[in-house]
Design a protein around this ligand. Structure first.
Ligand code: SF4
Ligand code: SF4
Ligand code: SF4
Length: 177
């Protein structure tokens, strides 16, 4: 069984499902809360104000304001390595151009509840697709004025841009384990 943090116990969250989204490149939760001194430097560094003070004073993401562009400003100011880039040593990620490969900044994916999506209910909306810089969301035109958003989960970076623009909040951000 995975180690359980004191914070998880206090939240009654043994499985860790209520752990907030930490800033990109955060260490696993147990180490993160140990290393993070709650200095607020990452909060101040994020130009888009996507990082807020959360429970216990620890920083967490607020995707309601927009998506993360992975600019690394928060990472750069973290002096304790609570946010840290880790080299990916797995075989299938060996770089072919001498560049060091790092583990992804987080394991977050977007997911759309199609039943409530405007575009699936004959109302024109392409906001999520237009906001996705990685062009991960495409629309499949169907009869009756319906355009189904198709999200390519594999290439979704979990940046949160689509979440913040969806007018009916039917996009969820989900942590992959
Ligand atoms: S990587 Fe940049 S945009 Fe993303 S949370 Fe950090 S400072 Fe903000
Ligand atoms: S689909 Fe993924 S990559 Fe595209 S905007 Fe949404 S979270 Fe970002
Ligand atoms: S932004 Fe929301 S309502 Fe609009 S197409 Fe995307 S998921 Fe549907």
């Amino acid at each position: 069984m995975a180690n359980i943090t004191r914070m998880q116990l206090l939240r009654g969250d043994i499985q860790g499902k209520k752990i907030p989204f930490r800033p990109p490149w955060a260490m696993p939760e147990e180490s993160f809360v140990e290393y993070c001194t709650r200095c607020d430097k990452c909060i101040d560094a994020c130009f888009d104000e996507l990082i807020v003070k959360g429970q216990g004073g620890f920083p967490q993401m607020d995707f309601t304001q927009g998506g993360c562009d992975f600019c690394e400003d928060c990472l750069a100011v973290c002096e304790t390595n609570a946010l840290i880039k880790i080299i990916d040593n797995s075989d299938n990620n060996t770089p072919d151009n001498q560049k060091i490969a790092y583990l992804p900044p987080w394991h977050i994916k977007a997911s759309i509840d199609l039943t409530q999506c405007l575009s699936m209910n004959a109302t024109i909306c392409r906001s999520c697709g237009e906001s996705c810089e990685d062009e991960v969301i495409k629309f499949d035109l169907k009869l009756g004025g319906i355009a189904e958003p198709i999200l390519d989960s594999e290439h979704c970076t979990g940046c949160g841009s689509c979440f913040s623009v969806c007018p009916v909040r039917v996009i969820q951000l989900i942590k992959e384990t």
